[in-house]
Design a protein around this ligand. Structure first.
Ligand code: SF4
Length: 461
């Protein structure tokens, strides 16, 4: 029954796009913009895939678009304001083009207060749908186009994973492959479990098949995605080992990896592999056990450091990166100093640090917080300065050594840019024809954001 509804809606949209193209000399164009994390980018690529199947073309210009979709993120409150600003700016366009369809989807759209606000204050928006409704896209578009009705679809009724999708990927070199959806962890600051539901893992065969096809198509870097890949229900290290058996010239990355579920087996799998980058993004969030408990992270700094130490005992240069939250409710100056001490102790190749952002509906939003914004801002600056000092020591380990670099595009200071195994930017001179290939680069200097060097082999073996 459901498939018939979907097929009918698909047929109606195919007809709509065909007629539109006949009248206008080109297909209706869709503008799809994804905010936020890689998971969202991947969802946006699937939306584009669905639209392409019924005949939509694509544009980067909202003025040319017949359909505009903002695929939103809910992690930070100010991201919401960015989306309201973006749809607010489209009011005039909608007045000039009443047939223009404007949609908001993704994590932010899953929040009821957002849908209510859009319903009453952003009349130009025709379509709001949450993260469970991507499969209903055709039916929702039909309601807007043919029934001339606004659609608000926030139900959480689907726990199935559809493997029946086409993706229009933004890159020809790097691809995102979700291995699971949702999160079970309920960290007290995070809205994700409320908007993406409980964990659902894709079958290993489906993931491996997709990765194999991407490698055959020439993709060089595959990033496996999940809110916590370590709780992939079919066993994450086992999945990595199976993927690693695929022959070809490619590398594997993954994120995110929750420290409470990271194991020595995971570290061994990475180190013993042929294609998995020798780096681990392990979000610690804070250096104080009291704060970690208040965050409901369910590990201590000792647990965390055991993983780091094990990896470094097997491979001294093993690279770690992390996420940090500064100014979590109740964080004292002393606790902040513990975070600084932790980043010094670990020696991260990169940190992604943010001032705590209050999300209504999460437990942390109701925790007492007597640290003012100015102090939090100063702590963030201090943390970044500490990291900058650490980098001086860390990056020197690459100098005079050769790095395998996937060339991604034009550089900021030199002709080309790419990333090494550890995910650090590497710039060097070379021909643009190398974009999309692996090259060996001998590093001769560094800044706090990149390594610089010269190509020693046009194409690394
Ligand atoms: S692990 Fe924690 S921070 Fe990550 S998505 Fe789940 S709840 Fe949010």
């Amino acid at each position: 029954m459901e498939n018939t509804v979907k097929a009918d809606a698909k047929a109606r949209l195919l007809e709509y796009c065909r007629e539109y193209a006949e009248q206008n000399g080109h297909p209706p164009l869709a503008y799809v913009y994804s905010f936020g994390c890689q998971q969202n980018v991947s969802d946006g690529e699937k939306l584009k895939g669905q639209l392409s199947l019924v005949g939509f073309g694509f544009t980067d210009d909202t003025e040319q678009a017949q359909l505009i979709i903002f695929n939103t993120c809910a992690v930070r409150e100010n991201a919401e304001n960015t989306v309201y600003g973006a749809v607010g700016g489209l009011k005039h366009l909608k007045e000039q083009k009443p047939d223009l369809i404007i949609g908001i989807c993704g994590c932010m759209a899953q929040l009821k207060h957002v849908a209510d606000k859009v319903k009453s204050s952003y009349r130009q928006v025709d379509l709001v749908f949450g993260t469970f409704a991507y499969n209903e896209l055709y039916a929702m578009l039909c309601t807007v186009i043919f029934d001339k009705r606004r659609v608000f679809e926030l139900s959480e009724n689907s726990t199935d994973i559809s493997e029946d999708f086409v993706q229009i990927r933004d890159s020809r070199i790097k691809a995102f492959v979700p291995i699971m959806y949702g999160c079970n962890n309920f960290c007290t600051y995070c809205i994700v479990p409320y908007v993406r539901g409980r964990e659902r893992s894709r079958k290993p065969e489906a993931v491996i098949d997709e990765v194999r096809k991407l490698i055959d198509e020439g993709y060089k870097e595959i990033t496996l995605l999940g809110q916590n890949v370590n709780s992939y229900s079919y066993g994450f290290p086992a999945l990595l080992r199976e993927i690693d058996k695929i022959d070809g010239e490619y590398r594997i990355r993954f994120m995110s990896s929750h420290p409470k579920d990271a194991t020595n087996e995971l570290i061994d799998t990475i180190i013993d592999s042929r294609h998995i980058c020798k780096t681990l993004h392990l979000p610690v969030q804070a250096g104080s056990d009291r704060v970690l408990k208040a965050m409901n992270r369910r590990y201590t700094t000792d647990d965390y450091l055991k993983i780091i130490d094990y990896a470094r005992s097997r491979m001294p240069g093993f690279s770690f990166t992390t996420d940090l939250i500064v100014g979590f409710p109740g964080e004292t100056e002393e606790e902040f100093e513990m975070t600084k001490a932790l980043i010094k102790r670990v020696g991260y190749d990169n940190i992604f640090s943010f001032v705590y952002s209050r999300r209504s509906g999460t437990p942390a939003a109701n925790m007492p917080d007597d640290t003012d914004d100015k102090t939090k801002g100063l702590r963030l600056r201090e943390l970044l300065l500490e990291q900058r000092e650490n980098i001086e020591k860390l990056f020197s380990r690459f100098v005079d050594k050769e790095a395998l670099v996937l060339v991604e595009g034009k550089g900021r200071q030199m002709q080309l840019t790419g990333k090494n195994d550890e995910g650090i930017i590497v710039e060097f001179d070379g021909d643009e024809s190398l974009i999309g290939q692996f090259v060996a680069v001998k590093i001769n200097r560094f800044a706090n954001w990149a390594l610089f060097g010269e190509i020693t082999k046009g194409k690394a073996e």
